[in-house]
Design a protein around this ligand. Structure first.
Ligand SMILES: [Zn+2]
Length: 123
């Protein structure tokens, strides 16, 4: 029985080291943000107001993790008009805000046919 010697030249492939299967946090956040925009859970337009400040423990809209007091919280506000006027506000971590911004602009560029843009009111 020298079957062992037959396999001696073949070594197992080592598991891939940190390959493409490992998704970065940033990638995961962008994907979540995009899903939420497409599902209508997040707006796809520029916010009417944006604030940044210390966190107050409110849940982040995208990752659902509270923004802690020692972290920067971004809050964005949308003025709703139409049948049910009002204000929509969302809280984000700074990195989640960046992910949403990135995807929003991506979709805007990819969409091409934006029918109406909000008129820009700069202070
Ligand atoms: Zn977050």
């Amino acid at each position: 029985m020298d079957g062992e010697s037959r396999d001696s030249g073949i070594s197992r492939d080592p598991p891939p080291a940190n390959g493409a299967s490992q998704m970065s946090d940033e990638g995961a956040l962008r994907e979540k943000a995009r899903e939420m925009i497409q599902a209508g859970q997040l707006p796809d337009r520029r916010p009417d107001r944006t604030w940044g400040g210390p966190g107050v423990g409110a849940d982040c809209t995208i990752c659902r993790v509270p923004v802690k007091r020692d972290e920067v919280e971004f809050e964005i506000e949308f003025t709703r008009s139409g049948d049910n006027p009002g204000l929509d506000t969302y809280q984000f971590h700074i990195r989640c805000f960046a992910a949403w911004e990135f995807e929003r602009q991506n979709l805007e560029l990819a969409g091409g046919a934006i029918l109406e843009r909000p008129t820009e009111t700069l202070p």
